[in-house]
Design a protein around this ligand. Structure first.
Ligand code: HEM
Length: 246
């Protein structure tokens, strides 16, 4: 018999995955040929962000309960997804800047700057900045989610807690890694996540420069210059700094 969907029909590929609903969500604002690509790429990012958040929550829980194997397992998945997110920028880069201009003005003032899930990943990882909640003024639900992320522990918090429980400092961990190999591997897996996200920032700003040059963003920022100012952001600054102390 198998499973049935909500309306009692036998489950199918389309009903299980809600394909008709999913394919009904790409109505654009214009007839521009490239707008479909633009929408699908952004939606695909949001879906992957959803998975990344889900995995990072599992990582946080695992670190908190000292299950470092599970934490590394989920972090490894995050790393592979992040590589895909970096790669995906290339798809949007096939859009010619002249073609983007045929629909770009319609998008303002919407901007990736308002991606609530992107901020959730930042907050959940340890990069909390309440200032970004303002960008979501018109979206009470997203605002509330972000506010909750601001208040709950981040990966940085639970990792710091774990080191404290084990009585280890980051410098000692790296100087004497053979004493706590599981901790050291976890630290490197966290750094992979940090690096994966930084690579996305780099790739995104490069693509943005190719698309709009030095023009301001649809979200009202200085555009490339604003994005360049974010490139130094790190989830786990101490894991980068310890390199110079070895
Ligand atoms: C033609 C393609 C794109 C252009 C020209 C572009 C441009 C920009 C610009 C100029 C900003 C700065 C904020 C502003 O003033 O709007 C920005 C921010 C952002 N964009 Fe894009 N973007 C593009 C594609 C994407 C895609 C595919 C994503 C995937 C989710 C994305 C996610 C973001 C995010 C998350 C931010 C905020 C970054 C931060 O504040 O650190 N963008 N984008």
């Amino acid at each position: 018999m198998g499973y049935q969907d909500a309306s009692g029909r036998r489950l199918s590929y389309g009903s299980y995955l809600h394909v008709p609903e999913l394919l009904g969500l790409q109505a654009g604002l214009t007839q521009a040929h490239d707008e479909l690509l633009f929408i699908v790429v952004h939606q695909a990012y949001e879906l992957w962000f959803k998975v990344v958040i889900h995995e990072l929550e599992a990582v946080r829980g695992a670190i908190d309960s000292d299950d470092l194997r599970a934490a590394r397992h989920y972090l490894n998945r995050v790393k592979v997804i992040e590589a895909l997110l970096v790669e995906q920028v290339g798809v949007l880069e096939t859009m010619a800047p002249q073609d983007f201009l045929t629909f770009r003005s319609e998008l303002a003032p919407a901007s990736g700057f308002q991606s609530a899930q992107f901020r959730e990943i930042e907050f959940l990882s340890g990069l909390k900045d309440a200032g970004y909640i303002k960008a979501l003024d018109g979206e009470p639900h997203a605002r509330a989610r972000l506010q909750r992320r601001l208040e709950e522990p981040s990966l940085l918090d639970v990792f710091t807690g774990l080191l404290d429980r084990r009585g280890v400092t980051i410098t000692n961990l790296y100087r004497h890694g053979d004493r706590d190999p599981d901790l050291l591997e976890l630290a490197e897996a966290l750094l992979d996540h940090d690096e994966g996200f930084r690579l996305w920032r780099l790739r995104h700003v490069q693509m943005v420069e190719r698309q709009i040059g030095d023009k301001p963003g649809t979200g009202g920022s200085t555009g490339v210059r604003y994005l360049q100012s974010t490139l130094g952001k790190r989830f786990f600054p101490e894991l980068w700094e310890v390199r110079s102390q070895l």
